[in-house]
Design a protein around this ligand. Structure first.
Ligand code: G16
Length: 543
């Protein structure tokens, strides 16, 4: 097998966003587009000579082809061992687990997460470093710099490997191991979560539905929930990963997981409902008749994690991304542990986890995780919930309501304006930035601004500073609006407006979220002029 050195030209648009490079499939299908970016990643991996690399993806359209290309480029660039999930599959948290367990220098993960797939859908490539977490900014900057200057890539001339058979194959100077994508991950779950207690719960007739949304979590959920924990066959639905996710949007929220929501709000709702996303790192939790917001879920897990063997010693601290509801802060304050507020992007939790400053962390975008890997982990969150349900034998909705009674309720919603003209969205943000200083003291829709700023984060571990991470406006009435532009969209700009209001009075915990947040929505409109600037009467998605 010979190594070919192929001349190429840089593409100007290979800048990684919130989570790697995400583009439409036709963009990735341009000649050399994948090869350039994979070579740029490989070039930025220090110590790759003789090292181990992990490769896998969420199974979406183009996954197999890009896995084969990645293997050939990796084998031509000095890696001596490459671990790849069978069928080219690895969920994002499983990739993180495998990188850590096998001492790899990193992993190339193919996913556009919750974005739709298929020939006209989205695709993505991200790089995770040796701690198993998404590459931090200095690394993604280095990859981007390399991609802009690339003149050639190195690739092995070799036929496609059989990715469907577990075992080892020699590829040039490297050995490729096709591994079971579930094994290492399932073993890790079994070491953290009280499997016998959950087994007893299911044996007692507990019913749940897990919607894998035709994405990568299906095989993981079948193995763990049905085979190891004894949930009845059929508990996991949409379990087969499909290249186009069955035409659905694999985003676990009440809008896109509407079948699950219909079931959970209907007369025959099981005891517990959950869903995961395209690459298995997001989760959705639903009690009968009650959607649990990601912010509440994080807070409830933080308050109850000690019930699971992996967290019996308590938590060192917690963290949430800035737009995430402040519910977990209340749990941390009562427990006397630190609570950190980071920019959006899982990569910002990495240093805190590595330094042992936090044990649990999460985001409003349906991400919850812990120090067991360096990615958010959808199925882990579901298992920790099951552990809490098994330990307390309380109904899921009862746990949520008791938590609100105890800590107060953070009503929360996110309004997304998708595919907005990019210049108009930038204009809206800039106009807001320009008036930040004038806002405190002013009243809008009956709410008075207390503070307003453009969030900047100083990493407490390495001191690095990240600016312009979203406008946050705090009102005296204990309400908050956050506005920022998404870093994961692939068309135009997506404006995200995050709305919340704290309600300590248990007598007001059964209101409709939209009703409680109506003044906050009106204040956001009055302050940011969203309608006029975006040309939209209403958000595209409300979650
Ligand atoms: C990624 C990041 C998350 C972030 C989310 C949404 O998740 O890992 O940290 O919260 O995108 O980001 P944005 O608001 O910029 O679109 P995922 O699940 O898409 O990889």
């Amino acid at each position: 097998m010979t190594v070919r050195v192929v001349p190429t030209q840089p593409f100007p648009d290979q800048k990684p966003g919130t989570s790697g490079l995400r583009k439409k499939v036709p963009v990735f299908r341009q000649p050399n587009y994948v090869e350039n970016f994979v070579q740029a990643i490989v070039d930025s991996v220090e110590g790759r000579e003789g090292a181990t690399l992990v490769v896998g993806g969420d199974g979406r359209f183009l996954n197999r082809e890009v896995v084969q290309t990645t293997l050939r480029i990796a084998a031509a660039n000095g890696f001596s061992r490459i671990l790849v999930g069978r069928g080219g599959l690895l969920s994002t948290p499983a990739a993180s687990c495998v990188i850590r367990k096998h001492g790899a220098v990193g992993g190339i993960v193919l996913s556009a997460s919750h974005n739709p797939g298929g020939p006209d859908g989205d695709f993505g490539i991200k790089f995770n470093t040796r701690n198993g977490g998404p590459a931090p900014e200095p690394v993604t900057e280095a990859i981007y710099a390399r991609a802009r200057a690339i003149t050639e890539y190195r690739i092995l001339d070799a036929p496609d490997l059989d990715l469907d058979r577990i075992g080892e194959v020699v590829l040039g100077a490297a050995t490729v191991s096709v591994i079971d994508p579930v094994d290492d991950y399932a073993a890790l779950m079994e070491s953290l979560i009280d499997f016998p207690a959950i087994r007893a719960l299911f044996a007692g007739g507990f019913r749940m539905r897990f919607d894998a949304m035709s994405a990568v979590t299906g095989p993981y959920a079948i193995e763990i929930l049905e085979r190891r924990l004894g949930a009845p066959a059929g508990t996991v639905v949409n379990a087969e990963p499909l290249p186009d996710f069955g035409g659905h949007h694999p985003d676990p929220n009440p809008v896109h997981a509407h079948d699950l929501m219909d079931l959970m709000t209907g007369p025959d709702a099981p005891d517990f409902g959950a869903a995961s996303d395209g690459d298995g790192d997001r989760n959705m939790i639903v009690a009968p008749g009650l959607f649990v917001t990601p912010g509440d879920s994080l807070a409830i897990l933080a308050a109850n994690a000690h019930r699971a063997p992996g967290y019996a010693a308590g938590l060192a601290g917690v963290a949430r991304s800035m737009p995430t509801s402040r519910a977990v802060d209340r749990v941390a304050a009562r427990a006397g542990i630190p609570a950190f507020e980071t920019p959006t992007g899982w990569k910002f939790f990495g240093n805190l986890l590595d330094a042992g400053r936090i044990t649990l962390c999460g985001e409003e975008s349906a991400g919850t995780g812990s120090n067991h890997v360096r990615e958010k982990d959808g199925l882990w969150a579901v298992l920790l919930w099951l552990n809490v349900l098994a330990a307390t034998r309380e109904p899921a909705a009862g746990i949520v309501r008791a938590h609100w009674r105890d800590y107060g309720r953070d009503y929360y919603a996110r309004h997304d304006y998708e595919e907005v003209d990019a210049a108009a969205a930038e204009g809206l943000m800039q106009a807001l930035r320009d008036r930040l200083d004038t806002l405190p003291g002013q009243s809008f829709a009956g709410l008075t601004v207390e503070t307003a700023d453009d969030f900047a984060y100083t990493d407490p571990v390495d001191g690095s500073v990240t600016r312009r991470q979203g406008i946050r406006i705090l009102f005296r009435e204990d309400a908050r609006v956050v506005l920022r532009l998404s870093g994961t969209g692939t068309v135009g700009a997506t404006l995200r407006v995050y709305l919340e209001r704290y309600e300590p009075d248990p007598g007001r915990h059964d209101a409709r979220t939209a009703e409680i947040l109506a003044p906050v929505v009106a204040a956001a409109e009055a302050i940011a002029d969203i309608r006029a600037r975006t040309g939209r009467d209403a958000p595209s998605v409300v979650t």
